[in-house]
Design a protein around this ligand. Structure first.
Ligand code: NAD
Ligand code: MG
Length: 391
């Protein structure tokens, strides 16, 4: 039996993880669940899974949870804040940690899981984008297992998993597929007027609001290039982005013998999640089976630079190195949030990020303090930039 902590259990990845676990209760047990403020969903999850620990990042929500669980689930200990998140990520009795908090808020608990030598199931790409080298070093030093849950990276992992040294020395290039998001075919002059609701209406995946906007700007793919270069120890120039609107091929790896391997499946996160939980075995899921005759056709195209300026910004950040990616990520988080709050236009997102990247000097990313310091400077600068735009 593997004991599991799910960081961010009320989110899209968290709910899918619980769905997979529910069908394999002989193999996996929920030790700890965490959430931020979504009290009602969290109470239901706690009553269903009876975790030993339930953590809410938001202190006020945690007190309300304690009140609600007192009678119905007295064996669940309620914790609050970042200390609670870190504690359940590094518990001695936990084997696997699903890192599914969105954004920089997930960095400390995810790093704690890595340091404690857990199997880290990494959905929270922002944590790796921010702390790249530090994170990978922590995994190596503590002998933790790192399995990517992001569908593209999970696909790549599957394509190299049976090669020595996890394949990184046999890779010639990576083709990272992208759906192109909801605005792939929108006339570019209409992009400024796109609303949060339209941006969050992803054609293929049902996801949280932040990553949905990132998919619409394609910053998601930019973050994924950074993520892939760290995970698979590969130069970013060897990672190409291929728009594949059907979202059936989840990425491809070109090996040096000329073989190109791909992983295919219907777009359903329960595939990578179950793979990460079961690895090196495979377990059943209820995912709809792939019917190639039904799909009939695969299309591929290059992303247009003027439609997706965030791609260039992400490539620039990784080239600059150091804390540049943390600065990019922080500016993006602020800009996306302000777009979701209808304070800026969709097309302002890359403008804010570019301005922050020009204004905040990047540093060596060897220490957590420096990374968090530059993250916080970039957030302040992003807010100022938005204020100066007249928002
Ligand atoms: P979501 O918004 O649906 O869920 C986010 C979770 O994080 C929730 O449980 C929320 O309570 C928690 N959370 C939010 N802010 C927090 C804070 N400040 N402190 C503690 N907890 C906090 O997001 P999601 O779509 O599930 O995505 C989660 C992560 O997985 C993201 O990093 C995303 O990029 C990545 N990811 C998601 C998908 C997907 O299909 N949804 C695919 C690939 C990667
Ligand atoms: Mg992805």
């Amino acid at each position: 039996m593997k004991e599991i902590t799910i960081l961010g259990s009320t989110g899209s990845i968290g709910v899918n993880t619980l769905d997979v676990i529910s069908r394999h209760q002989d193999k996996f047990n929920v030790k700890a669940l965490t959430a931020n403020t979504s009290l009602d969903v969290f109470v239901t999850q706690c009553l269903q899974y009876k975790p030993e620990y339930a953590v809410m990042a938001d202190e006020e929500s945690a007190s309300k949870l304690e009140e609600k669980l007192k009678k119905k689930s007295p064996d669940t200990s309620v914790l609050a804040g970042i200390d609670g998140l870190v504690k359940v990520a590094e518990l001695n009795t936990v084997d696997y940690v699903m890192a599914a908090i969105v954004g920089a808020a997930g960095l400390l608990p995810t790093l704690a899981a890595a340091k404690a030598g857990k199997r880290v199931l990494l959905a929270n790409k922002e944590a790796l984008v921010m702390s790249g080298k530090l994170f990978m070093n922590t995994i190596a030093e503590s002998d933790a297992e790192l399995i990517p849950i992001d569908s593209e990276h999970n696909a790549i992992f599957q394509c190299i998993a049976n090669t020595s040294n996890q394949g990184s020395n046999t890779i010639r290039s990576i083709m990272l597929t992208a759906s192109g998001g909801p605005f792939l075919n929108t006339p570019i002059n209409e992009l400024p007027l796109k609303t949060p609701e339209q941006a969050c209406k992803h054609p293929k995946w049902k996801m949280g609001r932040k990553i949905s906007v990132d998919s619409a700007t394609m910053m998601n793919k930019g973050l994924e290039v950074i993520e892939a270069s760290w995970l698979f120890n590969i130069e970013p120039d060897l990672i190409d982005i291929v728009i594949h609107p059907q979202s059936i091929i989840h990425s491809l790896v070109e090996h040096k013998d000329g073989s190109v391997l791909a992983q295919l499946g219907n777009p359903d996160m329960r595939i990578p999640i179950s793979f990460g939980l079961a690895w090196p075995e495979r377990i059943e899921t209820d995912v709809q089976r792939l019917d190639l005759f039904d799909i009939a056709q695969f299309d591929f195209r290059k992303p247009e630079n003027d439609r997706f300026p965030c791609l260039k910004l992400a490539r620039k950040a990784i080239k600059q190195g150091g804390t540049s990616s943390a600065i990019l990520n922080a500016a993006n988080e602020v800009a996306v949030n302000e777009f979701l709050n209808k304070k800026i236009m969709f097309t302002d997102i890359p403008k804010v990020i570019e301005s922050v990247m020009n204004d905040v000097t990047h540093n060596n990313a060897d220490s957590l303090d420096t990374i968090l310091g530059d993250d916080s400077l970039a957030r302040k600068r992003a807010i100022e930039t938005i204020r100066n735009m007249g928002a």
